[in-house]
Design a binder for this molecule. Structure first.
Ligand SMILES: Nc1ncnc2c1ncn2[C@@H]1O[C@H](COP(=O)(O)OP(=O)(O)O)[C@@H](O)[C@H]1O
Ligand SMILES: [Mg+2]
Length: 351
């Protein structure tokens, strides 16, 4: 079990490549979905993983949960190396991590009642006697705001929001130390997204689990996460505590993402200049050499000739856990400014 100092999750140099098109003309092409990603999650911490669609977020989540076999790297859960454990070897670790999938329509077994779905992990891990199981399931339904009689219904009889609550109750049924939530609200109607996010926030403060929270939506991440990692084309380009990242983004990609996100306060919106990225995210089959962001980077590259042949390492530029992978952001220096800070942050020291 984790004590206060040991991370719940440690991911080091994670690589996941997919070989596609076997047996056809373009056989053996390799998708560099995740290409050397490292991060850790402390007990009780929620780490947000954000980035555009196709940046490799789900692949990271699936590797951590061992739904995918990592190509290289190490995954440690509560200090135990689970990177290449067999199904059998993984079994004792399974109850310590659970995943909530993006799509509540396809991720719940349609042949089981919602009560059976929620109770199944408890049963599989032998965590409650038969007589106590029903009571525990009712308790779990209550904790995710579902009426207990819904446990006799099948997933198709529930709304999307209710189904995602069932998914959450199932994931939390065995008190995992790590919850992996892969875009848990993006398949839901906007009107129910907020209530499910509120629920996650409440459950998190009540139960204190750690969470890898995957989302393409910055507002969601800002609402829920303690720290944020930004992914671009299979790499993490920036990591920082939430407030630091949103107030002083340093990587030009993060700055572009932030400026593209809708700013709900029109006064703040006026003070921000927009950074619009040109073009699409390049193919992960042939990612750009050197800095992967260089083909879309709005910064001047004459001052960074290394960007074509040298990958920028992810380094702590503040000495306080603000990591950036950019040739143009140097330790201790101001980030090249693309986004004007909002007025109340303008005078804040960058240290
Ligand atoms: N099973 C797979 N086989 C081949 N390519 C895959 C597979 N899963 C994901 N990819 C590719 O890997 C890249 C990252 O995908 P994904 O992790 O789903 O990104 P995200 O979750 O950030 O949208 C994409 O280019 C995607 O097409
Ligand atoms: Mg995804």
């Amino acid at each position: 079990m984790s004590d206060g100092s040991q991370p719940v999750l440690e991911v080091e140099g994670l690589v996941k490549h997919f070989t596609i098109g076997r047996g056809v003309a373009n056989s053996g092409r390799v998708v560099h979905a995740v290409d050397g990603v490292s991060f850790s999650i402390a007990p009780g911490e929620v780490l947000g993983l954000v980035g555009e669609s196709g940046s490799g977020k789900t692949t990271v989540g699936y590797c951590v949960n061992r739904l995918y076999e990592p190509t290289a790297g190490t995954i440690r859960l509560d200090g135990a190396d689970i990177t290449h454990l067999s199904r059998r070897g993984l079994r004792p670790h399974r109850r310590r991590m659970h995943i909530v999938f993006q799509d509540p329509y396809s991720s719940l077994n349609p042949r089981m009642t919602c009560g059976q779905i929620v109770g199944e992990p408890i049963r599989l891990h032998g965590l409650a006697r038969r007589s106590a199981l029903e009571g525990r399931v009712v308790e779990l339904f209550d904790s995710v705001g579902l009426r207990p009689e819904l446990r006799f219904r099948y997933p198709h009889e529930l709304s999307g929001g209710q189904r995602q609550r069932v998914g959450l109750a199932r994931a939390l049924s065995v008190n995992p130390s790590l919850l992996i939530a892969d875009e848990p609200v993006s398949a839901l109607d906007v009107s129910v997204q907020a209530s499910v996010l509120n629920l996650m926030r409440d459950l998190r403060s009540e139960l204190g689990f750690s969470c890898l929270f995957i989302s393409h939506d910055l507002a969601t991440v800002e609402y829920l996460c303690d720290r944020v990692a930004v992914m671009y084309l299979g790499k993490i380009v920036e990591v920082a505590p939430r407030e630091e990242l949103f107030a002083r983004p340093k990587h030009p990609y993060t700055q572009a993402l932030l400026s593209a996100a809708l700013e709900p306060d029109p006064d703040l919106q006026r003070t921000r200049s927009r950074v619009v990225l040109e073009g699409d995210i390049p193919s992960p089959i042939e990612p750009p050499s050197g800095c992967r962001f260089r083909t879309r980077c709005p910064l001047e590259h004459e001052s960074a000739p290394r960007s074509t042949d040298e990958e920028p390492p992810l380094v702590d530029v503040t000495g306080r856990g603000h990591l950036v992978a950019c040739h143009l952001v140097r330790r201790g220096s101001e980030a090249p400014r693309l986004v004007e800070p909002s007025p109340e942050l303008a005078g804040a020291p960058d240290r």
